[in-house]
Design a protein. Sequence first.
Length: 276
Amino acid sequence: MKDRKSLPIGVFDSGLGGLTVAREIMRNLPLEKIVYFGDTARVPYGSKSAQTIRRYARQIVRFLKTQEIKAIVVACNTATALAMDAIREEAGEIPVIGVIEPGAKVACASTENGRIGVIATRATIGSHVYNDAIAAIRPEVSVIGKACPLFVPLVEEGWIHDKITDEIIMRYLDEVLEYKIDTLILGCTHYPLLRSEIRRLVGDSIRLVNPAYETAIELKGMLMDEGLENDRQREAGEPYPYRFFVSDEAERFAGFADSVLPVDVKTARIVPIEEY
Ligand code: DGL
């Protein structure tokens, strides 16, 4: 049997956004191999029903299991919010972590005034999963959630440094800021890519929580606890141990991945995900 430590980590998202999580894993766990799947044919998940998202997530886990993975990271907030039980059931023995609990934990540790804002897709906000995760840690904390459905297309369009984007950010965040929060969770894969803009617009007094980073740190702890950390260094000249799969638009994905990740991404392979 192959040494489990050297197996890759399966990371998946509804599309491109989960690369923000893959990026944090690459930075914080540089010896780990990654198999990434982005469901680019069926994105966005944020406006779909729980039943559909659970079906999609099960297919993706079945595909990832064909790649001999040692752990699964659900990089998508919406899939974490609505399909975690289905994902765990499908994964069987393979340990799974999502992005919501790590973000909720750090936000709870960070807030001093007990007021946390969460921005995410409609599906994630509607699920109240962040509220529940926060209440389980600090029941006295109050949470204001706000769906920001236009952020995903703005990021995908590359309109990050744009006056229109600034206006849309403020239109969504005005209500959240009135609530006098001191901590804001960027509860969607794409939002960390707007982090500098949000920071400039909300000022320095609000702590921005990036669940992508917190998830990478949680993954590190989980691999250590399970004795699954890869300790083999990459040899000089050996290619980066990252493989990318998508359900559509492989070229566009590879171009975006290349711009977001600290490594060159030349190709992504298409997987007929409906067949899994
Ligand atoms: N990946 C999704 C999330 O983190 C955002 C994009 C989508 O709606 O599919 O919630």
